[in-house]
Design a binder for this molecule. Structure first.
Ligand code: APR
Length: 230
């Protein structure tokens, strides 16, 4: 079971949230990542995500995304991400569990239609399903909203043989709680991050450095071990 955060996409040029120059140092998350902020000023929120979507569409997956896709060809991997980018998919992973939603999907607040959406989103955007004007928002889970796929994640967790957390600060629940849950099930835990996260002390092992380096090395080790045991 692998959990990724913004750090896995940092070397693709996408901002993280809590690093020194992170998104939450530029924007107040209350204004751009809460239902209340959206109700107060939908244009500010839509423009915030339009800018991130444009940045994403010009970004490319990095070696860490590609390594995780390679890993899944040799091991049974459940890939859960807090990220709303589609770089895991563009790096070759499929069935990625996006617990915080997706920057390249729309959600209609009238009919709940969710679909691929890669263009600008404005207050005049019309739902292709119910034709309501102005009901389209990013299909992104905001603070105070329920993350997606929680049941599926809770089903998978107890059967994991290894839990690996990659590129996340361990600051936001429920994702930040998975390492403790895995420990209760006696599942070995590994953290791969630029630097020790807030809950680094909970992991059995930690390897620190840029994801394109440490994730790639770890995946190569895992694949060699698998071949060695074949
Ligand atoms: N390689 C590996 N790790 C990196 C790199 C890198 N090149 N650059 C940064 N990191 C690490 C940082 O050290 C940090 O621990 O990635 C982590 C990013 O942490 P956050 O910015 O807090 O991002 P994340 O953990 O994904 O945030 C979780 O919070 O704001 C919400 O919904 C948002 O999904 C997000 C959630």
């Amino acid at each position: 079971m692998i959990l990724t955060g913004a750090g896995v996409s940092a070397e693709s040029g996408l901002g993280t949230f809590r690093d020194v120059d992170g998104l939450w140092s530029e924007y107040d998350l209350e204004d751009v990542a809460t239902p209340q902020g959206y109700a107060r000023n939908p244009k500010l929120v839509l423009d915030f995500y339009n800018a991130r979507r444009a940045n994403l569409l010009s970004a490319t997956p990095n070696k860490a995304h590609q390594a995780l896709a390679r890993l899944a060809s040799q091991h049974d991997v459940t890939l859960i991400t807090q990220n709303i980018d589609d770089l895991h998919e563009r790096g070759g992973s499929d069935d990625v569990i996006h617990m915080h939603g997706s920057l390249v999907e729309s959600l209609c607040t009238s009919c709940s239609d969710v679909r691929d959406w890669r263009e600008e989103m404005t207050s005049d955007s019309t739902c292709p399903q119910c034709k309501t004007v102005g009901s389209i928002r990013p299909n992104v889970v905001w603070f105070g909203e329920m993350p997606y796929h929680m049941e599926r994640i809770e089903q998978v967790l107890p059967d994991a043989t290894l839990f690996v957390s990659i590129g996340t600060s361990g600051a936001v629940y429920p994702a930040a709680g998975y390492v403790a849950a895995c420990k209760q099930f006696g599942i070995p835990t590994l953290e791969l991050n630029l630097e020790p996260s807030d809950n680094a002390f909970l992991f059995d092992e930690g390897r620190y450095g840029p994801a394109t380096d440490i994730v790639t090395r770890w995946v190569d080790e895992m694949i060699l071990a698998k071949i060695g045991n074949a």
